[in-house]
Design a protein around this ligand. Structure first.
Ligand code: FAD
Length: 476
């Protein structure tokens, strides 16, 4: 362990892997520690929030940032993006008015145009004028009469397939189809892991738990940090804490105190009967945490569907959101949640929650009642910096000169964090200043679709999920 690494990264979730890959792109070596067997094995993601349309209450500026960061991540990992649109609706039971959503959509279209002017390669959500399309009740009546299309291409074809299944009498009018795509975590994880294994600039250590970090900055050594694992002590100049919801544990060791929330959530895997054509992701908005919480139905291959229901009986959990205390930067979950995180779920609870999730969809898609449990839930805990649980954009903080803490709330912020870390280590002289960083990463680009297909499937199966979850609905 005599080697001194420029950068040590704790945690190979989406944030840690993207940071390591951006460093490697510029020839900066790192050691990346991950306690799990493979990378990107923490909390799941399935939706590319390119505009924040799943969150009617967040600010316009958060929506724009979500769009920008999502586009950047989609450009980095195109093989993980499922180019199917999202259907957004507001049930009649909700007070939320559609025109508020529409005003924001117009702002987003203009913002998307600006991003394309800045760089034409940003046009990954289709033509700006097609970013969203509104449908009135009479439009839906017409579309409902058209034949389904197995592989829909236009917004009208996607809407035709969807509206034949949805009980739209329950929804306020109009409804909208927006180009927010699916995002496949198995494919992103596979591409990242293959790329990290290929580069000489990252020493990826999976199945390696970091037990302690020691600040040796004042000890006149050639490095600033010692990172302890069961197998030894690693010397690093710059330390990045990207350990997700566990980030507070390392802050605690460094006597740093900052407020954070951690939240445990789950999405459920169901299997339905074959239907005549692909459908978009379906969103039925509702007040979070109430029995009417938002329902989200995410389509996968081979008739698998993932369901989020923002109620305490489905995706959220009683005591699932915990905050830090003064002098205790790492919040603690209660025993039942810790058990789910570490030792897995009781089958009865998987069944009960998945069935409740299916029932929540059935309110709007009556024929979905024939769906059944399709696999274990996708679950995990995430951090939210500060004390506002509705925050959707978290980035990075630099509590001291050679220490960064990643605080992402959505997977889409990972590249922003990586680039901010890169800027910081140039500023303090760990790497020379680079002129043009370029948007893409050749190490990722060198990985073929076939390699991603194989490893993504293996990762899904290894983690106990149907292999269909590793594929895209819309093959690239
Ligand atoms: C149910 C659910 C659905 C979600 N859906 C979406 C979505 O659709 N779109 C979206 O953008 N975001 C979504 N998110 C949020 C997204 O999952 C997170 O923002 C993102 O995964 C966080 O990445 P991260 O790298 O910061 O943390 P993590 O993915 O948690 O990575 C941290 C890593 O550090 C490792 N680690 C921790 N401690 C140690 C240690 N001591 N030693 C070694 N390794 C350690 C962990 O094993 C883990 O792999 C969702 C979250 C949940 C819970």
């Amino acid at each position: 362990m005599n080697k001194i690494y420029n950068v040590g990264i704790i945690g190979a979730g989406v944030s840690g892997v993207v940071t390591a890959l951006q460093l490697a792109k510029h020839g900066i070596d790192s050691v990346l520690f991950e306690q799990g067997k493979s990378v990107v094995s923490g909390p799941p993601f399935c939706h590319l929030h390119a505009g924040g349309n799943l969150y009617p209450d967040i600010s316009e500026s958060q929506c724009k940032l979500l769009m920008k960061q999502s586009i950047e991540m989609a450009r980095l990992f195109p093989e993980s993006i499922d180019e199917r649109p999202t259907f957004i609706s507001v049930p009649k039971t909700e007070k939320y008015e559609f025109n508020k959503l529409e005003e924001r959509l117009d702002v987003l279209v203009q913002y998307y145009r600006d991003l394309i002017v800045e760089d034409p390669a940003n046009k990954i959500l289709g033509a700006p004028e097609d970013y969203y399309k509104i449908y009135t009740e009479s439009d839906l009546k017409v579309l409902a009469q058209r034949p389904s299309k197995k592989q829909p291409k236009s917004p009208d074809e996607w809407m035709t397939n969807a509206i034949k299944l949805i009980d739209y009498n329950k929804l306020k009018m109009p409804v909208v189809l927006v180009q927010e795509y699916g995002w496949n975590l198995f494919r992103l994880g596979a591409q990242a892991q293959l790329a990290l294994n290929n580069t000489p600039f990252c020493d990826l250590k999976t199945s390696t738990n970091v037990t302690k970090i020691k600040d040796v900055r004042t000890e006149n050594l050639d490095y600033n940090w010692e990172v302890s694992t069961k197998n030894g002590i690693y010397k690093v100049n710059y330390l990045v804490n990207s350990s997700g919801f566990k980030a507070g544990e390392f802050d605690e060791l460094l006597h740093l105190n900052n407020a954070r929330l951690i939240e445990f959530k789950a999405a459920y895997v169901s299997k339905w009967q074959p239907i005549t054509g692909l459908i978009p992701e379906l969103i039925f908005h509702g007040e979070r945490g109430t029995p009417r919480g938002m329902v989200q139905l995410t389509p996968y291959c081979d008739d698998y569907y993932q369901i989020h229901g923002m109620t305490n009986e489905i995706t959220l959990f009683v005591n699932g959101l915990v905050k830090s205390n003064t002098n205790e930067p790492q919040p603690e979950f209660e025993a039942g949640i810790k058990q789910k995180l570490t030792r897995g779920w009781d089958y009865e609870e998987v069944k009960t929650r998945t069935e409740k999730a299916i029932t929540s969809v059935t309110k709007f898609v009556p024929t979905f009642k024939s769906a059944s449990v399709g696999g274990p839930p996708l679950f995990g805990a995430q951090q939210i910096p500060g004390d506002d649980p509705s925050l959707r954009i978290g980035e990075v903080r630099f509590p001291c000169k050679t220490y960064a803490r990643s605080e992402i709330v959505k997977a889409s912020s990972a590249l922003t964090v990586a680039n901010q870390v890169l800027n910081k280590i140039q500023e303090i002289g760990i790497m020379p200043t680079i002129k043009d960083s370029g948007r893409q990463n050749p190490i990722l680009e060198s990985i073929s679709k076939d390699e991603i297909d194989v490893l993504a499937e293996a990762l899904a199966v290894q983690r106990g999920y149907p292999k269909a979850l590793s594929r895209l609905l819309i093959e690239r």
